[in-house]
Design a protein around this ligand. Structure first.
Ligand SMILES: CC(C)(COP(=O)(O)OP(=O)(O)OC[C@H]1O[C@@H](n2cnc3c(N)ncnc32)[C@H](O)[C@@H]1OP(=O)(O)O)[C@@H](O)C(=O)NCCC(=O)NCCS
Length: 168
């Protein structure tokens, strides 16, 4: 049975639920203050939540600087993984980035985090290098970038991802 997922812009009232997931899944979670300050800059940020039956089960964020979008966070609550919610959230984030005239997307991801890397590869992210000891526990980060997300070719890639979602 397909899971019913509603994606919307993250609001300050969502932060308690978001923070609960953040603390559960990350060894070094963001503080509530970081989330609050991100939500205070809606011109330069896109933060989304996904709800299933009214409960927040995922969230994602994007920071925009000079036509570049930096994916700052993407988190799916543990029981809701492998149900295409990460794909839906990334798709919506990228569609919103295109509307905000972003051309290139980048992110850092742990070298060991193959699940996230596989997801990002579906959206055309390619690893262009590493940041040594980027995380506070010493793990390296892979730096990933897309091609121009405003291009026709990238639009076709998004259409392909959407078609795959419909088929799942
Ligand atoms: C990484 C994460 C966001 C994936 O979310 P998800 O909703 O489970 O992903 P989806 O179901 O949309 O899967 C999309 C693709 O990701 C890859 N993927 C997802 N989980 C995977 C796993 N456990 N192992 C390998 N690949 C995986 C697959 O390529 C998958 O495509 P497929 O279904 O066609 O095989 C989720 O595991 C998560 O929240 N992890 C903890 C937080 C995190 O690492 N965030 C990223 C920080 S950069």
């Amino acid at each position: 049975m397909k899971i019913d997922i509603r994606i919307s812009i993250m609001r300050i009232e969502d932060l308690d639920e978001v923070y609960e997931i953040e603390q559960k899944i990350y060894p070094q979670p963001w503080s509530l203050n970081i989330f609050r300050s991100e939500l205070e800059r809606p011109d330069k940020r896109v933060y989304l939540v996904a709800r299933s039956e009214g409960t927040i089960v995922a969230y994602a964020g994007l920071m925009i600087v000079d036509g570049e979008g930096h994916i700052t966070n993407l988190a799916i609550d543990i029981p809701f993984r492998k149900k295409s919610i990460g794909t839906m959230m990334t798709l919506r984030l990228i569609e919103m980035a295109r509307l905000k005239k972003v051309h290139w997307l980048t992110l850092e991801v742990r070298e060991s985090n193959k699940a996230a890397q596989n997801l990002y590869k579906k959206f055309g992210f390619r690893s262009i290098g590493t940041r040594k000891g980027y995380y506070s526990d010493g793990e390296n980060a892979l730096i990933m970038w897309t091609n121009d997300i405003a291009s026709k070719e990238y639009g076709e890639l998004l259409e392909k991802v959407k078609e795959e979602l419909v088929g799942k």
